[in-house]
Unconditional design. Sequence first.
Length: 250
Amino acid sequence: METQSQQLVAVIEGLSHSFPDGTGTISKMDLDLLPGEFVSLVGPSGCGKSTLLRLVAGLLEPTSGAIRRDPARGVGFVFQSPVLLPWRTVADNVALPGEISGEKRADRRRRVEELLELVGLKDQARRYPSQLSGGMRMRVSIARALSGRPGLLLMDEPFAALDDLTRSRLQEDLLSLRAQEGFTTLFVTHNVPEAVYLSDRVLCLSSRPARALSQVRIPEPTERDPEWRTDPRAALLAREISRALGGRGP
Ligand SMILES: Nc1ncnc2c1ncn2[C@@H]1O[C@H](COP(=O)(O)OP(=O)(O)OP(=O)(O)O)[C@@H](O)[C@H]1O
Ligand SMILES: [Mg+2]
């Protein structure tokens, strides 16, 4: 049992959380995250999804229950709005976590180059956030979250503010980043087709305080490509998720 849980990236056990004013956000949640897995959280607005990510990141303390994370794997956080430092260039924004952790300058520079190449922003390295499109800013934010080679990437509705085409491109880029870097992803979205396109599992949450209503496995194909977006099996899975959430389907 101990050996098995050591292989897990994170174990959430009987987790409940309330804010000091008594607002209950999470109720008796259990969730294991396996290495390399992509798990999405879907649920009504205000149910506690962002709070759950903050708990997993260690930014908030559970009220009861426990979250155990593999200490050998770091955490990267991508917020809904990219929160970049406007006075720093793209390269210097991506380099920031390495500077804070005291990584050697040469290693840092190599990692920044590698990440900007991976997210397709090599030519934008010297530009400032105000000179970028929304999609580009989100790419910078993803590159920055990956700079410390996290084992766990937490993403809070990262693509919600983007147009459909940019969103689709970033979804595909996220899948190839994951294939190259091997991180586990916990991804919050309101978009059911997006969850079906990206995830290995989708956890459907109730309204506040969030508890797991059901878990839908997205078993195939293991390698996602744009064809999967229009696959009839994907549409059936999306309907199953919408039903679990109490809707009539997308
Ligand atoms: N500091 C706080 N004190 C009290 N209540 C809070 C605090 N922060 C958030 N809440 C409440 O906790 C609940 C959960 O908030 P959270 O941001 O986790 O929801 P969410 O599922 O991410 O919503 P959305 O989908 O709209 O982003 C909400 O009802 C919110 O109003
Ligand atoms: Mg939220």
